[in-house]
Design a protein around this ligand. Structure first.
Ligand SMILES: Nc1nc2c(ncn2[C@@H]2O[C@H](COP(=O)(O)OP(=O)(O)O)[C@@H](O)[C@H]2O)c(=O)[nH]1
Ligand SMILES: [Mg+2]
Length: 406
């Protein structure tokens, strides 16, 4: 598709509307046309390189050649004195990992320490269903580090799951080439992250957490405390990226959610964000979810009555094993239904990458420090050109969805 065609098909109109709604591009450091060209290039790049690497996304290799003339925006570099080294919130950095994840763990730690935690010193907690075999992670931080063993009952497939049916489910997903289709350990992980991590004894003293995964990267210097931010602004759940779930992995999830809503209407917040989840008032799920490999959130919500009932209700359906329910849609659905929508927060200013998807702040206004990501390759920008941004939560204070796709 040529640029001219793209404009002719109305994409640009949608972009303008999107940007208006997002309230994220009120200030343009470059002309609109220039930004559009950049994003179009980013979109084509994203779809023409199936094996896009981290470097590509940062504009260091292929990207910078393809979009040579429309190079990355100059990053904002706001020189501010280092704040005092001390995080005061009741918070921890939570890292579920296997021993085999060590290299990726070290990489993620270094990135978060460099961009945030060396200033704040929040404690790290590593969880694993097996004993950790080494403590090299301690060399990456001055903060405290603890290692926790996950109780078996919180991890392994429960006995009451019909294994024949579960196997059938795994084979079905395998036949459809779904990622992690036949992995039982992945399912254990999704169930653990949905219903149990916040129950771990090491996490009991804490209220807020930042979830970290191996091989993730942070791009912006964070010079404020996001935990404090949540607390001060009465926010409960913070995210950076929202995407659509693979429908084959959650075939019966929404039906179960509807039944839960009917049975427990008292848990549904009157000012909820159902519009983020559904384009038809709750009849069907639009697959939108916050990408839970990044979460900065309040564990009291997961520990509370509504979510506890919700998790138990869903768990009893067996969908973690008969299908492949992910913790991302489950957390997202709960947060969107049980919280006031103003309790959700888009950490737009945290540049972040997991696998080949990256969020990069778009505006200097949003930067609290320098960001090293290439903003035109931010998933937000790319999705604009795919016409699928309608369902993203675009602003921390306003849950916006519009119907239709281009
Ligand atoms: N201890 C443990 N951690 C796991 C296991 N499987 C996944 N994880 C962790 O769970 C998180 C999500 O897994 P990952 O492989 O990154 O899944 P993806 O992000 O959905 O592709 C990461 O922090 C992994 O280290 C497992 O079998 N045991
Ligand atoms: Mg991951």
């Amino acid at each position: 598709m040529t640029i001219a065609n793209a404009f002719a098909t109305g994409v640009r109109i949608r972009v303008v509307l999107f940007l208006f709604c997002l309230n994220a591009l009120l200030y343009m450091s470059f002309s609109v046309l220039r930004d559009d060209l950049r994003a179009l290039a980013a979109y084509h790049l994203y779809h023409s390189t199936s094996n896009t690497t981290s470097d590509d996304l940062r504009g260091n290799t292929v990207a910078s050649h393809i979009i040579e003339d429309i190079a990355p925006s100059p990053v904002a570099s706001i020189e501010t004195p280092e704040p005092e080294f001390e995080g005061k919130a009741n918070a921890t950095l939570v890292f579920l990992a296997r021993n085999s994840d060590l290299e990726g763990v070290l990489k993620s730690m270094e990135s978060l320490e460099t961009h945030f935690n060396h200033r704040f010193g929040y404690p790290w907690i590593f969880l694993n269903e097996e004993e950790f075999t080494e403590d090299r992670v301690k060399s990456k931080t001055n903060a405290s580090v603890q290692f926790g063993l996950i109780p078996s009952r919180h991890w392994y497939q429960p006995d009451w799951i019909d294994e024949a049916k579960a196997e059938e489910g795994r084979n079905r997903l395998k036949a459809s080439n779904v990622i992690y289709a036949d992995s039982v350990s992945y399912r254990n992980m999704c169930r653990f992250n949905s219903g149990f991590f916040f129950q771990h004894p090491l996490l009991q003293p804490y209220r807020y957490y930042w979830r970290i995964e191996p091989d993730v990267e942070y791009f912006c210097q964070l010079r404020y405390d996001p935990f404090d931010y949540l607390k001060e602004h009465n926010k409960t759940y913070g995210f950076t990226i929202a995407l659509e779930e693979l429908p084959q992995t959650i075939t019966t999830l929404w039906q179960a959610v509807k039944e839960f809503k009917e049975q427990y209407p008292e848990y549904i917040n009157p000012n909820n964000a159902l519009a983020f989840l559904s384009d038809n008032g709750g009849d069907t799920y639009n697959l939108c979810h916050f990408w839970s490999n990044f979460e900065i959130a309040d564990m009291d919500f997961w520990r509370g009555e509504a979510y506890t009932k919700f998790f138990e209700f869903l768990d009893s359906r067996g969908g973690f094993y008969y299908e492949r329910w992910g913790d991302a849609p489950i957390h997202s659905i709960a947060a969107a239904l049980f919280l006031d929508k103003h309790q959700l927060h888009f950490f737009n200013d945290i540049g972040y990458q997991h696998a080949n998807i990256m969020h990069c702040p778009q505006q200097p206004d949003y930067l609290t420090g320098s960001c090293t990501c290439n903003r035109v390759l931010s998933i937000d920008v790319i999705l604009v050109y795919r016409g699928t941004t309608e369902r993203l939560v675009l602003n921390g204070d306003n849950i916006r969805t519009t119907s239709g796709r281009s």
